[in-house]
Design a protein around this ligand. Structure first.
Ligand code: NAG
Ligand code: NAG
Length: 331
């Protein structure tokens, strides 16, 4: 090993150790990535470890921590954690896998965001059993009640269902989590219409979501925003270099008017100059409004994305090499 390599290696170790407490460039409280894997193969239930699904890679998470990131959203499947019915007991294999990655992340001083990546569905049916949903959350929350670096994310992207039901499910999750003794953790709540920031107000989901209450007063409104033409996050193209900021404006006004905090829980754009400008404009706008916008998470990292257009997995994900270097001031 050459002396320069030793210095670089030592610096990497030092920054890794110091990372969670280290002063980051931005004022954001939460910056990080979605760490896919445990929700993969979501049609294969319960699914087989290492065949249908996997857990995030700890070395990759270390690398992201060394870049200043402190928040890792872990998509999971509700059915894998508690099979058959929401009131039942956990599957130990899957639950212990979750325990391992959560303790690794939180042991580094970073946040582990537990994200049932279920779109408001359980075995593909819209969840209408509000009490059952509360039971599922009670089981989850008890497991991590003593770990205040865990964040509970009610559900990924409710869509095509009743706005009142979505608000009721969120309120039930909050109540169940607090009743389970998890009183210090943040709860990220998600709305209908794929929790899209650009539709937050126009879809009407804001009305019920705005009335949620939490005895611990630690609700953060999680919204998602992609920058392609239909906002689905399926294209490498961004509509314009200003589209990110434009798509967040109505939601930002809502957060301010209602005295709420928000996080952009999924965002991405292709590795090209127009998308990078749009992302910079959006994150700069969020930084200017950091009284309400508490952070952002990239979609997505994880060991199985391969050459996925938004892949943020080190060392060679297209977004890791092509986009992240342009966003460092927002970390
Ligand atoms: C529990 O989960 C593992 C994989 O995580 C799976 O192989 C096993 O079949 C599951 N057991 C039940 C009873 O669902
Ligand atoms: C926009 C996007 O990437 N959505 C993804 C959400 O998560 C599921 C499961 O990982 C993917 O299949 C989607 O493509």
């Amino acid at each position: 090993m050459k002396i320069t390599e030793i210095i670089v290696a030592a610096a990497t170790v030092a920054s890794t150790l110091a990372a969670p407490g280290r002063k980051r460039a931005s004022k954001f409280e939460f910056v990080g990535v979605n760490e896919s894997g445990a929700e993969f193969g979501n049609q294969a239930l319960p699914g087989r470890l290492s065949k249908d699904y996997t857990w995030p890679d700890q070395n990759a998470i270390n690398t992201m921590i060394s870049k200043g990131m402190n928040s890792f959203r872990i998509p999971i499947m509700m059915e894998r954690f508690i099979p058959n019915q929401m009131t039942a007991a956990v599957n130990t294999t899957y639950a212990q896998g979750l325990d391992s990655i959560v303790s690794f992340i939180t042991g580094k001083g970073a946040y582990a965001i537990i994200d049932p990546h279920n779109f408001g569905r359980y075995y593909s049916n819209i969840i209408t059993d509000v009490d059952g949903f509360g039971a599922w959350w009670s089981t989850m929350a008890k497991r991590y009640a003593s770990n205040d670096k865990v964040i509970f994310d009610t559900n990924n992207e409710f869509h095509d269902e009743d706005n009142t039901l979505v608000a009721n499910l969120n309120q039930k999750a909050i109540n169940a989590i607090r009743a389970a003794g998890a009183t210090s953790q943040y709860i990220f709540v998600e709305g209908n219409s794929w929790t899209g920031a650009w539709h937050w107000v126009s879809s009407g989901t804001a009305d019920g979501m705005g009335k949620l209450t939490d005895p611990s007063n630690k609700i953060v409104y999680e919204m998602h925003q992609y920058l392609d033409s239909d906002g689905s996050g399926t294209s490498e193209s961004c509509v314009s270099s200003t589209i990110g900021k434009e798509r967040l404006q109505a939601a930002t006004q809502w957060l301010k008017a209602n005295d709420k905090k928000g996080i952009l829980g999924e965002t991405a754009g292709g590795s090209n100059s127009q998308c990078i400008a749009a992302l910079q404009g959006m994150l700069g706008y969020m930084a200017d409004n950091s009284d309400v916008w508490r952070g952002w998470l990239w979609w997505g990292a994880g060991p199985w994305w391969g050459n996925y257009m938004y892949g943020m997995e080190p060392p060679s994900g297209p977004a890791y090499t092509g986009v992240l270097p342009s966003l460092t001031q927002y970390i």
